[in-house]
Design a protein around this ligand. Structure first.
Ligand code: 6PG
Length: 228
């Protein structure tokens, strides 16, 4: 189904979402010399990374980047980049850009990541695809409801204070996420159903505000789609 340049595909299980997302990404990699691939944290995207790591893919033309990061050391168990390194990157060397969370201040890490991303994008990769998840509150990346990052109009990376977790997060801005040609939302479980339905009804939760140059595709399981 398509609505407003946004497509929805519904699958029986999260496993099927991961398989379809891995298929789409594999196809994108195979059909473009240079691909900029944005990666989200979270358990639903995690399943896709494991499938991609097991597939026989030539990663030579791919640059991956972390769409958001917790303000913890890079090797911390909670760090998204640690999860990426222990899943996707087990398949071999893949270019990867992630915020340097060893720096003193989140703002310094965010502005350094902004510079790096702008430099990457100025090299004009032939294609940009981003994988995102969504929380039960409708957040995506670390764009949480009610946080200052939601009103930022820059194309870059932001330090975003998240009162819900009483912590800093680093996140791509909406402007940076919008630079993708294709964005895939991987959303599974009944816990997400209310947010999915609220977004489909037009409520402006953060995940519903993400745009892309060509298409935004929501890959949902039956639980997440159960209130549509
Ligand atoms: C993070 C993620 C976050 C995640 C969603 C969905 O740092 O946690 O980037 O945006 O993608 O919360 O996570 P689940 O798929 O685990 O529900």
């Amino acid at each position: 189904m398509q609505y407003g340049g946004v497509e929805r595909q519904i699958f029986a299980t999260a496993e099927e979402i991961a398989a379809e997302a891995a298929r789409i990404i594999s196809d994108e990699i195979a059909s473009h010399d240079q691909l900029l691939l944005g990666l989200a944290g979270g358990s639903t995207p995690h399943a896709t990374y494991t499938k991609l790591a097991d597939a026989s893919i030539d990663w030579g033309g791919v640059t991956t980047w972390m769409t958001d990061e917790r303000w913890v050391p890079p090797a911390d168990a909670d760090a998204n980049q640690a999860m990426i390194r222990s899943t996707l990157h087990t398949s071999g060397r893949i270019r990867f850009l992630a915020p340097n969370t060893r720096l003193e201040l989140p703002e310094a890490a965010a502005s350094r990541m902004t510079r790096a991303m702008r430099c990457l994008m100025n090299r004009r990769p032939s294609r940009a695809v981003t994988i995102l998840g969504m929380g039960d509150d409708g957040h995506t990346a670390s764009l949480f409801p009610g946080t200052s990052a939601l009103t930022d109009t820059s194309v870059g990376y932001l330090a975003n204070w998240v009162p819900r977790f009483d912590t800093w997060r680093l996140t791509a801005s909406f402007g940076l996420l919008a630079a993708a040609d294709v964005t895939l939302f991987l959303v599974a479980g009944e816990g997400k159903a209310e947010a999915v339905a609220r977004i489909a009804a037009g409520e402006e939760l953060p995940a519903g505000l993400v745009t892309a140059g060509e298409r935004v595709v929501w890959l949902l399981d039956e639980g997440a789609a159960s209130l549509l």
